[in-house]
Design a protein around this ligand. Sequence first.
Ligand code: NI
Length: 388
Amino acid sequence: MDYAELEARLIDIRRQLHQFPELSLEEYETTKRIKEWLTEKNIVIKRTTLKTGVFADIKGKYDSPKVAIRADIDALPIEEETNLPYASKVKGKMHACGHDFHTAALIGAAYLLQKSKDTLPGSIRLLFQPAEESGGGAELVKADEQLKDIDYIIGLHNKPDLPVGTIGLKNGAMMAAVDRFIVEINGKGSHAALPHAGHDPIVASAHLITAIQTIVSRNVSPLEGAVISITRIVGGNTWNVIPNKVTLEGTIRTFSNSIRQEVKKRFELVVQQTSLAFGQQAKVHWYPGPPALINDLKVNQSLHRTAEKQLLTVIDPEPSMGGEDFSHYLEDIRGAFVFFGTNGTEDWHHPKFTIDELALMPAAKFLYESAKDLLKLTNKKDIGGDRK
Ligand code: NI
């Protein structure tokens, strides 16, 4: 298969996936197709306890070192509005984050690696990960021990605001840690005309919402990034009754474990003490998402060299306040995540989100070349040593 043939094939694969998007943990048809595309080239599928997602091995000259390449495969509950000839055929579901692009690029890399496997100085594990959008997919992969023997791991995400041929490589923190919270403020309801007879949770909430914003401005260094957003307020039923309870919901985004812990600690304190000052009881429910995504310096340097050899334009991207569960892998394994320019008109999760398919082959080639270069780079005593 020459370049043009492979490109046509990958575009076809991507369009097939695009027309049949499946939500997190429902990726059954996607899983089936990925397996077919891999076995077509005699790539060995690994056993797994996961119901969706595919793990496969390409064994080179040696069993180790091992480089894992990850693509996420799930779509979103969004109604597509692109009017493309290959738009989603499933009502209310769409590949609006380009995971179809990631999957097709990894199939392309797999084909190239399989073709040159006799010359690989190590082995490759392909991870087609389910449930990135809903969260939990990376943890399932880890729990299934798909990464136990992996030395390095890489992955990419399309980036619509970068042109095709541009790659974003970031040393250190690149995407935020995600925490979701629900706060219950339990006051005491009363007649609206007799507020002194109760403890008004609406007034307490107003103070609390304002006080919470001082955590980022007064407790986090101005040189660090963090955000707290309250996105939902529920309380009261009518105009002349002060309710018993107000519920607030929102999210905290941070870029390091220490700041994450500090912000959460301050949040608890401000919520509890402010509520107390108004004679009320608060309860905070935490729903932790992925940790901050922190790239390994040495792996990033290797990717940088690979990108330059491939004549890609390398930029240092702004970190994203969004979360990405690839970060779970980087807690245990040296690796890096990159942004790959796809020249789209809309950002991720938009109903008119598109990708320039000219980026597909460069992405596949980048994953292929990067994995090969990482296999060559491996120096056993370096692995897993100093990164914590
Ligand atoms: Ni995504």
